[in-house]
Design a protein around this ligand. Structure first.
Ligand SMILES: [Fe+2]
Ligand SMILES: [Fe+2]
Length: 262
């Protein structure tokens, strides 16, 4: 069994009075306090709200000090060069940030769906070729989770669906050739959501910094698109050896500073 925590959209903003950092800290404290080791913590993008070096510095402190392996990919609020430098400790460059992580029970392939200067998402040809190489190089029978920031299908959330991942038929065609793709993980919509893409589960992490206001909920002033008052949350994905995926969503009490509730 493989156990993965999945959070997203922490939007670290060093000028927001510690709001984003406190919520992220609460989630990470909750994960640190678990009595088990996680196989991975996956953070699917929108790490720094304005892609500033100091935001990445704080995000690095909050996320990468964990005792669990933490994997991060960029979102539309991130900047590839600043992300590489500030979070990964690599020289800044503008190419897509694609990373693979192999646990004893599965492979996690994190793809860069960001498009420099735009809010919508797209997997560049280079990224799809990289993903195909990862899939082709993975022994048959090993489940693979594919993560990225932008959802590749509309989720009945018009505000964020206008900036979803486009060109998704290319990813769907690739997926159909690899039955070991157990599911897709993404963020961007700031809401816990489950659906299907290319015949596999598509699991969306809740937003840490805020929650999307769904179109059938009351609009509000001054934030018509997001709830700022709802607590942060995290997803747990449990992957069985046969590739079956189970997801639990857990709300974290940010006000206590630690969500364990022991
Ligand atoms: Fe976001
Ligand atoms: Fe986003």
């Amino acid at each position: 069994m493989t156990l993965i925590a999945h959070l997203s959209d922490i939007h670290i903003d060093t000028a927001d009075g510690d709001r984003s950092a406190a919520r992220t800290r609460a989630v990470m404290d909750y994960l640190e306090d678990l009595p088990v080791d996680l196989d991975a913590v996956v953070v699917t993008g929108d790490i720094a709200d304005h892609a500033r070096p100091e935001e990445y510095g704080l995000a690095r402190e909050l996320l990468l000090g964990s005792r669990h392996p933490v994997l991060v990919c960029p979102g539309n609020h991130d900047d590839r060069a600043a992300f590489r430098q500030g979070l990964l400790g690599l020289p800044g460059s503008a190419g897509p940030i694609n990373q693979v992580f192999r646990t004893s029970g599965c492979v996690i392939a994190l793809c860069d769906s960001s498009v420099p200067g735009k809010d919508e998402g797209f997997l560049e040809d280079e990224t799809l070729a990289w993903l195909e190489e990862v899939l082709a190089g993975t022994p048959a029978g090993t489940p693979v989770l594919v993560g990225f920031h932008h959802q590749p299908v509309p989720l009945h959330t018009p505000y964020v669906d206008q900036w979803r991942q486009f060109g998704e038929e290319r990813l769907a065609a690739l997926t159909r050739r690899y039955p070991d793709v157990a599911g897709f993980l993404c963020g961007h919509t700031h809401t816990a959501t489950a659906t299907v893409f290319a015949g596999r589960p598509l699991l969306v992490a809740p937003g840490v910094v805020s929650a999307l206001r769904l179109p059938w909920e009351h609009p509000a002033v001054p934030s018509p698109h997001v709830h700022l008052g709802l607590p942060p949350a995290v997803a747990f994905h449990v992957l069985d050896g046969d590739g079956r995926l189970t997801t639990h969503y857990r709300i974290v009490d940010a006000s206590s500073g630690l969500g364990s509730g022991r």
